[in-house]
Design a protein around this ligand. Structure first.
Ligand SMILES: Nc1ncnc2c1ncn2[C@@H]1O[C@H](COP(=O)(O)OP(=O)(O)O)[C@@H](O)[C@H]1O
Ligand SMILES: [Mg+2]
Length: 587
C-alpha cells in the first residue's frame, strides 16, 4: 500500500481551501450589495416619503430594509464561519506534517525557514478581520459605481478619495515593511533568549553572571523597543494623515453635493446618500492596509511551507510490513560529511556485526563515535556508503516500520512532554507488561515507583528530581522497550553509578540471550567485558576492528600503528604474548 505522502499534503490542503473561494467571493459580493440597501432606503425616505408624506411607502420600505439587514447578519455570520472553518482546518491538517518535516530538515542540517509559526500565520490570516477586509476590498467598486450613478461629480470625489487613501496605505507599507519584519524577528529572538535565561538559573546564578547577562539583554531589548517605537511613530503619522484625509473627503463630498443640490441637479437625499456611500467605499480600503500586510505574511508563510514540503519525503517510499530483522548490521565504506562542511567526520568505515553480537565502540573524544551511532540508527544519512540492517539501508527504511526494532540511547538523553510511562513506551499504546519489563531490565523500575505518581509522573514537571544517571537509565528503558533487534547505546553509563552499571551489564547479558545486536560506546572495563567485538575510532577512521580478545591483545596485522590504545582502558591493554615480545626485541 502506498502511504499518502505528506508532500502532497500542503497542495491538498490548499486545494481544499481554494474550493471555498467561490463561496467566499459570492458571500462578500452579496454582503456589500446588502450594505447599499440602507443607503437606498435613506434615499427613498428622503426623496419619496418626506416629499409625498406616504405612510404606506414608509412601512414597505422599512420592512424591506429590515429584511435586508437580517439577511446581511446571516450572510456575514456564514462568511465568518467559512473562514473560521478554513483556519481551523489549515491548522489541524498542517501542524503535524509540518512539525515532522521541520524536524527531519533540522536533522539533515538543512536551514529551512518553514515551521510551525508559518502554519500559525496562515491560520491567523484566514481567521482574521484582515481576510474579511481583503474580500471586501474589490467590492468597493460597487459603492463607487453607485456614487457615479448619483452624480459624476460625487463619483469623482469618491474615486479620487479611494486612490488617495490607497496610495497612503501603500506608502506606509513600503516605508516600513522591511524594518517591520526585522524588528518582529528581533523581538522574537529577544523573547526566546529571555526564556532561555530563566531556564538556565542554575548556571547563571552561581557563576555570578546574572548582572551582566541581564544587563546585556536589557540593552538589546531596549534597542529593539526603541526601533519599534520609531516604527510606530512613522505609522502613526501616516494613519493620522489618512484619517484627516477621510474627514476632509467627507466635507468635500457634502460640499460638492450641496452645490449640485442648489444647482438643482440632484436631490438632498442623493447628497446624503453620496456621503454615506463614500464612507462605505473607503472603509475596506483603509482596513486593507493591515489586510495587505497580513496577506503578504500569509503568502510568505505559504512559500516557506512549500519549501519545506518540497524536501524529499522519507514517508514517500512504499511501506511494507517488516518482519523482525535478524539484525546483521553492516557499515559499508561510510563517509559522513556534516551539512555545510567539506571535512568528513567519518571516512572509510567498514565493518559488520553478526546478529546477536555485541560491539563496543571506543576512541578518544571527538573521534566520531556518536556520529557512528546516529548513522547506525538512520538518524543521519551518510554522504557515501550504506549502513545496512539485514541488507536494507537503515536510512531508507520507514522509521515507523523500523523504529520498533531499534533501541537507541543518545548521548544526550532527551524526554518529551508527557508521563514517564509514555516516554518509555515511545508514546505508543502502553503495554504495561512490556513497560515494566523494560524498566526492570534498565534497573529503573524501583526508581520510577519512588516518583510522586510512579509511571504516571509528568516527566517535564519533575525533570529536576531526575538525576543524569537516572535519566540515562530511563533512556535505556526506552531503548529496551518493545522488541528491539538492534540496540545502539551512546555512552549509556557515562553518568551511571555502580548500581546503574550493574543493571546495564545485566541487561547486556540478557540481550545476548535474546540475540540482540548491540553497538555500545563505552570506555568502562566492566562493559567492555561483555563485548564480542571492538571497533576503535580515531579521527573519524576505523583504527581497529576485531574480536575483543584479539584487539586487546594486539595482533600486528589487525592493529595498525594508528590504533589509539589509550582509548582502551589500560587493564584491557594486556601486554603482548611473551613470544611476540621476544620477536619484537629481536627485530
Ligand atoms: N553536526 C555537526 N556538524 C559539524 N561537526 C560536528 C557535528 N556533530 C559533531 N561534529 C564534530 O564531529 C566530531 C565527532 O563528533 P562525535 O561523533 O560527537 O564524537 P565522539 O562521540 O567520539 O566524541 C567532533 O569533532 C564534533 O565536533
Ligand atoms: Mg559522543
Amino acid at each position: 500500500m502506498l502511504k499518502q505522502t505528506s508532500s502532497s499534503r500542503l497542495a491538498q490542503v490548499m486545494k481544499a481551501v481554494r474550493r471555498e473561494f467561490p463561496l467566499l467571493i459570492i458571500l462578500s459580493c452579496l454582503l456589500n450589495l446588502l450594505l447599499l440597501v440602507s443607503t437606498i432606503y435613506m434615499l427613498q425616505v428622503y426623496d419619496r416619503v418626506l416629499s409625498t408624506g406616504s405612510l404606506d411607502t414608509l412601512v414597505w420600505l422599512t420592512v424591506i430594509a429590515l429584511f435586508a439587514t437580517a439577511t446581511y447578519g446571516v450572510l456575514e455570520q456564514s462568511r465568518r464561519m467559512v473562514l473560521g472553518r478554513v483556519a481551523a482546518w489549515v491548522d489541524c491538517e498542517l501542524n503535524a506534517p509540518v512539525l515532522k518535516r521541520a524536524m527531519e530538515a533540522r536533522l539533515e542540517g538543512e536551514n529551512l525557514q518553514g515551521g510551525i509559526r508559518d502554519v500559525g500565520n496562515l491560520k491567523s490570516f484566514y481567521g482574521s478581520d484582515a481576510a474579511q477586509a481583503f474580500l471586501d476590498m474589490p467590492w468597493s467598486v460597487i459603492f463607487l459605481v453607485f456614487m457615479w450613478a448619483l452624480h459624476p461629480a460625487i463619483g469623482i470625489v469618491g474615486t479620487l478619495g479611494a486612490i488617495l487613501l490607497f496610495g497612503l496605505a501603500i506608502t506606509n507599507d513600503v516605508l516600513t515593511r522591511e524594518r517591520q519584519k526585522r524588528s518582529a524577528a528581533d523581538a522574537r529572538t529577544s523573547q526566546d533568549n529571555a526564556i532561555k535565561f530563566v531556564d538556565s538559573g542554575e548556571t547563571i546564578g552561581p557563576l555570578g553572571m546574572a548582572r551582566q547577562v541581564f544587563e546585556n539583554w536589557r540593552l538589546r531589548h531596549s534597542e529593539i523597543a526603541a526601533e519599534q517605537r520609531s516604527l510606530q511613530d512613522k505609522t502613526t503619522v501616516i494613519l493620522s494623515l489618512s484619517r484627516s484625509v477621510r474627514v476632509a473627503l467627507q466635507v468635500a463630498i457634502l460640499g460638492v453635493g450641496a452645490y449640485y443640490v442648489l444647482a438643482g441637479s440632484i436631490t438632498a437625499g442623493a447628497m446624503i446618500a453620496g456621503s454615506i456611500t463614500m464612507g462605505r467605499a473607503l472603509a475596506p480600503i483603509e482596513r486593507a492596509t493591515a489586510a495587505w500586510r497580513a496577506f503578504v505574511a500569509a503568502r510568505g508563510a505559504h512559500a516557506n511551507l512549500k519549501q519545506l514540503f518540497e524536501r524529499v519525503d522519507r514517508d514517500g517510499s512504499e511501506r511494507v510490513a517488516l518482519p523482525r530483522p535478524k539484525a546483521r548490521l553492516s557499515f559499508e565504506d561510510i563517509f559522513y560529511v556534516p551539512p555545510g562542511s567539506t571535512e568528513p567526520l567519518l571516512q572509510g568505515i567498514r565493518f559488520a556485526l553478526e546478529p546477536g553480537e555485541n560491539c563496543a565502540v571506543v576512541g578518544p573524544s571527538g573521534s566520531g563515535k556518536s556520529t557512528l551511532c546516529r548513522l547506525a540508527v538512520g538518524a543521519w544519512k551518510p554522504a557515501k556508503g550504506h549502513v545496512r540492517l539485514d541488507g536494507a539501508d537503515v536510512f531508507d527504511w520507514h522509521p515507523e516500520d523500523l523504529g520498533p526494532y531499534i533501541g537507541y540511547l543518545p548521548q544526550q538523553v532527551e524526554f518529551l512532554p508527557g508521563t514517564v510511562a509514555q516516554n518509555i513506551a515511545r508514546f505508543r499504546e502502553i503495554d504495561s507488561r512490556a513497560l515494566i519489563r523494560a524498566a526492570q531490565m534498565a534497573g529503573v523500575h524501583e526508581l520510577v515507583l519512588a516518583l510522586p505518581a510512579g509511571y504516571e509522573t509528568d516527566i517535564a514537571l519533575h525533570s529536576r528530581r531526575i538525576s543524569q544517571g537516572h535519566r540515562q537509565r530511563l533512556g535505556l528503558a526506552r531503548a529496551l522497550y518493545g522488541d528491539p533487534a538492534l540496540l545502539v547505546l551512546d555512552e549509556p553509563n557515562a553518568n551511571m553509578d555502580e548500581a546503574g552499571d550493574k543493571a546495564l551489564i545485566e541487561a547486556l547479558a540478557a540481550l545476548k540471550q535474546l540475540k540482540v545486536t548491540v553497538l555500545i560506546v563505552t570506555h568502562r572495563a566492566s562493559v567492555l567485558k561483555s563485548a564480542d567485538k571492538i571497533a576503535a575510532l580515531d579521527h573519524g577512521t576505523l583504527a581497529g576492528f576485531g574480536p575483543r580478545d584479539q584487539l586487546i591483545r594486539p595482533v600486528p596485522s589487525l592493529m595498525p600503528a594508528k590504533l589509539p590504545l589509550q582509548a582502551v582502558p589500560s587493564q584491557w591493554q594486556a601486554s603482548p604474548p611473551a613470544s611476540e615480545q621476544k620477536r619484537s626485541a629481536a627485530e
